[in-house]
Write a protein that binds this ligand. Structure first.
Ligand SMILES: O=C1C[C@@](O)(C(=O)O)C[C@@H](O)[C@@H]1O
Length: 519
């Protein structure tokens, strides 16, 4: 895999419209235009009461944007179940009326193209499409399939697949960068998302997005394609960064990192990467195009094995949340930006409230404090090492008692069985830190401790940042504690990552403004 060497990105942003009436379809076309689409794909098979002879002229003549006309039959995953002749007649009529593109299924394309000499005539471009359920299940080589599609005489070919693993997408990127004919190729679903987002990098003709209020499952909105990912700025030289995580869709990383790249003029894109198998992932995406990663749940500890070198702080913590592919030799270097991010977030909140811990000579407002940590995974390890480095006394709870014990040992703290958490009586001035995903969107109502003991903590920190103010923080504030949101940790760890990714200095104030306005 590699950069395909095209000049600036020529990818167009397309909105598929599955409207049920002609009026709605026309309205949706205008909405798509207003939201920044370059063209729309009209799924005629979704129209309820469709009369091609009268409706198509109205649709084509009212189009505010170029249109791709699709009339997908049931036998190819669409809704149309009438006779084939009428379906094809409708598509040909759309072409005669001036449609910009019509879509023909591979199974019928050759015959129709030949019979009507479609590749030679007029301005309408013919897209020959094929849906493959799981790219790995293909009996023939992918390049053979593409050759078959090309030989129909198509102007553009379109290949849609479902992905069961992110590594399968590398085949799509390879195809996109090497195909002789303009190609639309992507995988659907959460695991397939980056095939859409990175299409412009590898030379894809279209990237699909949905309009506001009419979201198509699995498709990013037009607004996020333009504002978050900035797809129009992506080109062959764009460096790819991503969050390796499972789940991954909760992350706000893309809406923070991408605008920041653009703000400083760095040619990078940051995408969510739903990863199931770390080894396979790193084996497949070894090209320099994939330049660095954030690492999220549940991989912060497991990923260390795949790093060629690990920074001493991350090594001692036993967790990596940032990986940079070293330019000179392609080696993966692991770092931890969570530790300082979380501890300074708590310290600064205490300092802002004037809690400098009695004696001004103490190095940190956390010195000597009891630090009750819930969750001994990657984020928990970073927090407890940070707390220890500030002289706090760490108590660890985790549903996996052995995991809690091993972390407690590493930070000279104490581990207690998880069942004791609800009745655990903290000391005066104690800090509670949640480093579990409890309370994270969409399971927002849960809190990791009991409401009765919550009032005994002076400071409560939650590493969860979606939502910004978790139920734990709301309850803790009501009980009188100083609360510190995971958003502050998120921002600070991202600043650290940005410096490592770009080798430059992150524009912290700009990033803070994004967090304040968009989170
Ligand atoms: O813990 C987090 C959050 C994160 O996983 C995200 O959700 O974007 C990104 C990681 O870099 C960071 O350490």
């Amino acid at each position: 895999m590699g950069s395909c060497g095209v000049l600036k990105n020529t990818t167009m942003v397309c909105v598929p419209l599955m409207s049920h009436s002609v009026e709605q379809l026309v309205g949706d076309m205008f909405q798509a235009k207003n939201e920044g689409a370059d063209l729309v794909e009209l799924r005629l098979d979704y129209l309820n009461d469709f009369h091609p002879q009268t409706d198509l002229p109205a649709i084509v003549s009212n189009r505010p944007l170029p249109i791709v006309v699709v009339y997908r039959p049931k036998w190819d995953g669409g809704l149309y179940d009438g006779d084939e002749k009428s379906r094809l007649e409708a598509l040909l009529l759309a072409k005669e009326l001036g449609a910009d593109y019509i879509d023909l299924e591979l199974q019928v394309a050759s015959d129709i193209m030949e019979e009507h000499r479609l590749s030679q005539q007029g301005n309408c471009k013919i897209i020959v499409s094929c849906f493959v359920d799981r790219i790995t299940s293909l009996k023939e080589d992918l390049s053979h399939l593409v050759t078959r599609m090309q030989s129909t005489g198509a102007h553009i070919i379109k290949l849609v697949t479902t992905a069961t693993d992110i590594t399968e997408l590398s085949r799509i990127f390879h195809l996109l960068s090497h195909c002789q004919v303009p190609l639309i190729a992507y995988s659907t679903g959460e695991r397939g998302l980056i095939s859409q987002l990175l299409g412009p990098k590898f030379g894809g003709v279209l990237v699909y997005g949905s309009i506001e209020g009419n979201q198509v499952a699995g498709l990013p909105t037009l607004a996020s394609l333009r504002e978050a990912y900035g797809v129009e700025n992506i080109d062959a030289d764009t460096k790819v960064f991503g969050l390796i995580s499972k789940p991954v869709s909760h992350s706000k990383g893309p809406i923070l990192h991408n605008p920041t790249f653009r703000h400083v003029g760095y040619n990078g894109v940051y995408v969510p990467m739903f990863v199931d198998d770390l080894k396979q992932f790193f084996d497949v995406y070894e090209s320099p195009d994939f330049a660095g990663y954030s690492v999220g749940i549940p991989y912060k500890e497991a990923v260390m094995e795949f790093c060629d070198e690990v920074h001493p702080l991350a090594q001692s913590i036993g967790a990596v949340n940032t990986i940079v592919k070293r330019h000179s030799d392609g080696k993966l270097i692991g770092y931890n930006t969570d530790c300082e991010a979380s501890i300074t977030a708590i310290e600064d909140a205490l300092k802002a409230r004037g809690l400098v811990n009695g004696e001004a000579s103490l190095p940190s407002p956390l010195t000597g404090k009891q630090f009750v940590l819930v969750g001994a995974g990657g984020a928990g390890r970073a927090l407890s090492f940070g707390a220890k480095s500030r002289g706090a006394r760490v108590i660890v709870f985790d549903i996996d008692y052995d995991r809690a014990k091993s972390l407690a040992l590493a930070v000279s703290g104490e581990a207690l069985p998880f069942e004791e958490l609800t009745k655990f009586q903290p000391e005066k001035g104690a800090v509670l830190a949640n480093a579990t995903p409890i309370g994270m969107h969409p399971n927002k109502n849960r809190i990791p401790v009991s409401e009765e003991t919550l009032r005994d903590y002076s400071v409560v920190f939650d590493a969860v940042y979606t939502p910004r103010k978790t139920t734990l923080l709301t309850d803790a504030e009501a009980a009188g504690a100083i609360i510190v949101s995971g958003v502050e940790m998120f921002l600070r760890q991202a600043v650290g990552q940005f410096n490592l990714f770009t080798g430059g200095k992150a524009p912290e104030e700009f990033m803070r403004e994004i967090v304040l306005s968009k989170f």
